[in-house]
Design a protein. Structure first.
Length: 156
């Protein structure tokens, strides 16, 4: 989801986007929805393949939590890239968060640990926190996209 706004960050494309009647928010929202659908299809397909290969796990719980976590990572990177005006910053922010979790600097007991599977069991409190965080990040991204379009995006 991070490179959703990559093309509009280039100067030559900014000039075209700023002269068109189609709003930047509509364009980014459609791409965001398509990215969400793509993530959903990929995760469901992967889960079906796992079940086909005789893996035993709670299918819909795994799929829903994994989609929420993927959306969290994607929107986190998207917010950082929108704020900084550079896609690389978004990738590095997500890579940094993921690395902190993998190196156990952010552990399962920490508040910043967003993955809802704790010791193989879904922690419903974390699912609600993750869902709320996703909603806040999506809202923040929409506000940043609208703000950057209005004030800085089309500046002459």
């Amino acid at each position: 989801m991070i490179p959703i706004t990559k093309w509009e960050l280039e100067t030559s494309v900014k000039e075209i986007v700023c002269t068109k009647a189609w709003s930047y928010i509509k364009s980014v929202s459609i791409r965001l929805i398509c990215g969400f659908l793509l993530i959903t299809v990929m995760i469901v397909t992967f889960a079906f393949i796992m079940q086909f290969k005789n893996c035993v796990f709670p299918f819909w719980e795994y799929v829903s939590v994994t989609i929420l976590y993927a959306v969290f990572l994607g929107i986190l990177g998207l917010c950082f890239s929108q704020f900084a005006g550079n896609v690389i910053v978004g990738y590095l922010a997500v890579l940094g968060y993921w690395s902190l979790c993998q190196f156990r600097i952010i552990c399962e007991g920490d508040m910043l640990y967003m993955f809802p599977f704790v010791k193989g069991i879904i922690d419903m409190e974390r699912v609600w926190i993750l869902l709320g965080t996703d909603i806040v990040l999506i809202s923040s991204f929409q506000v940043m996209a609208k703000w950057s379009k209005k004030d800085f995006f089309c500046r002459k």
